[in-house]
Write a protein that binds this ligand. Structure first.
Ligand SMILES: NC(=O)C1=CN([C@@H]2O[C@H](COP(=O)(O)OP(=O)(O)OC[C@H]3O[C@@H](n4cnc5c(N)ncnc54)[C@H](OP(=O)(O)O)[C@@H]3O)[C@@H](O)[C@H]2O)[C@@H](O)CC1
Ligand SMILES: Nc1ncnc2c1ncn2[C@@H]1O[C@H](COP(=O)(O)OP(=O)(O)O)[C@@H](O)[C@H]1O
Ligand SMILES: [K+]
Length: 512
């Protein structure tokens, strides 16, 4: 859960990487002249207040800050001073070399020494803490945590694991990469994180999100122009964005006003994929859905989704004129769920890629067919939305999954840029990119790791495309709505019993 002070300042949530965050810092300090000590004081005060809230009754409780020699350490030291002045028993431990302290951090050390605030000299003393402030590394972490630093991180994690102390991370848990959320060597596991100015990508991407606990985003006085000039390029939707982005309904309208989606999906014994995709397209408001599928699925689709228009084909002899008419009819096309990779399906995909002039979503076997037939790339229309999960992405890009996971936003952005498409890289935190900007989806849950869940997503994106949403927004907003519906379904049904059909059912609670 993310608490942002920034309400109404921007549409959507901004997610900074370390370069962008440093640019905000530097611009505020060097160009606008805000003293760095002022920012540090506000950061520390906000953290101290959150710590008091979490501890509730601070009487008899002890806080120890573990500090590095960079400005993250300076924040931790200032927290100790502020808590001390609030009457909270506090102490500090230097994990970094004091000789290397930045001038801001050196100043904080001097003040604590002047105030005679107790300094811990051994990691063993951490066991006396009720709450440990992790201020070893913030956005300045540049390499894996090793040696004494690693031992310090492990000592903090041990105190937390035995239930001795809660842990508050300052800005980001030490050891987590601000850019990728990866653990660099080892990382602190926090109960909560107080971060400054804006959310960081590393706080929401896994495994960083698991290490961060609850995240509080605090305003420490960065002016808006400092954020603007940093040109942050990663965003996330929040619930308030639903009404802003949802296609408007008009009283003076008819089903022709809300677009027609063609779902080219399903195969023998795979009727569910086209049903899920088509039903989800209807549920996000589009006017008409046509399903183009094998004749074996005729009865089941008519029974399960009588609202759909149906065109069926004989897979032993696909009538391309029928496909052509269906494509001509559509305002958007969803291609691939449950299609199989049989030769007839390859022909369908090749034909659709060549002749489709409306926005296109390619999912599942549509992706596998392109991965297995490289020449098809030549006919992929610009701005087509690709929705691979990690396995499909690995087949498409020939990159091992492990390598992709080291930097999912980069993998997604570069793939989109290289192919001129919109990439929806599906995972526990789905990333969407057009090659320049990135969206990280913050909705959804592990209950959605269930068959058919991805088919639902392709239908939602197709439905928004048919309603004239631009492809990047349709893809990113589609993921957000999909995840919110999954969250609503989980709330009532739990994670274990959650089915793809529940996601569809709960969509109408999210968009109304
Ligand atoms: N600017 C401001 O005024 C404000 C900043 N703020 C706060 O400052 C934080 C950023 O501070 P920062 O830039 O000083 O970096 P920080 O995260 O403390 O670490 C840098 C130190 O770590 C070292 N180091 C890195 N990796 C290492 C490793 N693996 N193993 C060992 N050493 C390693 C690195 O050493 P070096 O690479 O130079 O050898 C350097 O000494 C930010 O997160 C926020 O909390 C707020 O108060 C708002 C105002
Ligand atoms: N742990 C999770 N947290 C959030 N979303 C998830 C999680 N696991 C799966 N999902 C979502 O569920 C969907 C699964 O899609 P996909 O793997 O294509 O499923 P299928 O092929 O069964 O339809 C994706 O949108 C993915 O982001
Ligand atoms: K930290």
């Amino acid at each position: 859960m993310y608490y942002c002070y920034r309400k109404k300042r921007y549409i959507m949530i901004y997610l900074a990487n370390s370069r962008e965050m440093k640019s905000i810092d530097t611009y505020s300090i060097e160009t606008l002249g805000i003293p760095s000590a002022v920012l540090m004081e506000r950061a520390a005060y906000a953290t101290a207040v959150r710590i008091c809230e979490v501890l509730k009754d601070t009487e008899g409780k002890k806080v120890i800050a573990v500090c590095g020699s960079g400005n993250n350490g300076g924040d931790g030291l200032a927290v100790v001073r502020i808590l001390t002045t609030m009457g909270v028993s506090s102490a500090w431990y230097m994990a970094g070399d004091t000789a290397k302290a930045t001038k801001e951090t050196a100043l904080q050390i001097k003040i604590l020494e002047n105030m005679k605030v107790p300094r811990c000299r051994s990691l063993d003393e951490l066991t006396q803490a009720d709450l440990i402030v992790d201020a070893i590394f913030g956005i300045g972490l540049t390499r894996p945590v090793e040696g004494n630093f690693a031992r310090t991180v492990e000592a903090i994690n041990r105190c937390r694991a035995i239930g001795r102390a809660a842990v508050c991370a300052v800005d980001i848990p030490s050891g987590i990469s601000t850019d990728t959320g990866q653990v660099l060597g080892c990382a602190v596991e926090a109960d909560f994180t107080v971060t400054f100015g804006t959310l960081k990508t590393g706080l929401v991407l896994y495994p960083g999100a698991c290490h961060s606990g609850q995240v509080f985003v605090e305003n420490i006085g960065f002016p808006i122009e400092a954020t603007d000039q940093a040109r942050i390029h990663t965003f996330a939707f929040e619930k308030e964005d639903i009404v802003r982005y949802l296609p408007k309904r008009q009283a003076y309208s008819n089903k022709g006003s809300y677009g027609r989606v063609l779902v080219i999906a399903g195969s023998k014994n795979m009727a569910g994929a086209c049903f899920f995709s088509a039903r989800a397209a209807y549920n996000c408001g589009c006017g008409l859905v046509r399903v183009f599928t094998v004749q074996e699925n005729h009865d089941v689709i008519l029974e399960k989704l009588p609202e759909a228009v149906l065109t069926t084909y004989d897979s032993t002899l696909v009538d391309m004129d029928l496909l052509d008419q269906a494509i001509e009819w559509a305002d958007s096309v969803v291609l691939g769920p449950g299609l199989t990779c049989a030769p007839y399906a390859v022909n369908i995909v090749a034909y659709t890629l060549k002749h489709c002039k409306v926005p296109l979503v390619i999912d599942a076997d549509g992706l596998n067919i392109i991965a297995g037939n490289g020449s098809l790339w030549d006919s992929v229309p610009q701005n087509t939305v690709f929705t691979p999960h990690l396995g499909e992405m690995s087949r498409l890009s020939s990159m091992p999954v492990g390598q992709m996971c080291l930097d999912l936003p980069k993998t997604c952005r570069e793939f989109a840029k290289n192919h001129g498409i919109i990439c929806v890289l599906k995972d526990a935190r789905t990333i969407v990119s057009d090659g320049a900007n990135c969206f990280i989806n913050l909705s959804g849950n592990d209950g959605m790791a269930t068959g058919g869940s991805g088919d639902v997503l392709s239908g939602i994106i197709g439905g928004f495309l048919a309603q004239k949403m631009d492809p990047l927004t349709a893809a990113a907003f589609g993921c957000f709505v999909h995840g919110l519906a999954g969250d609503a379904a989980r709330k009532e049904k739990g994670a274990y019993g959650l089915l793809a059909s529940d996601i569809i059912q709960y969509m109408s609670k999210i968009i109304r």
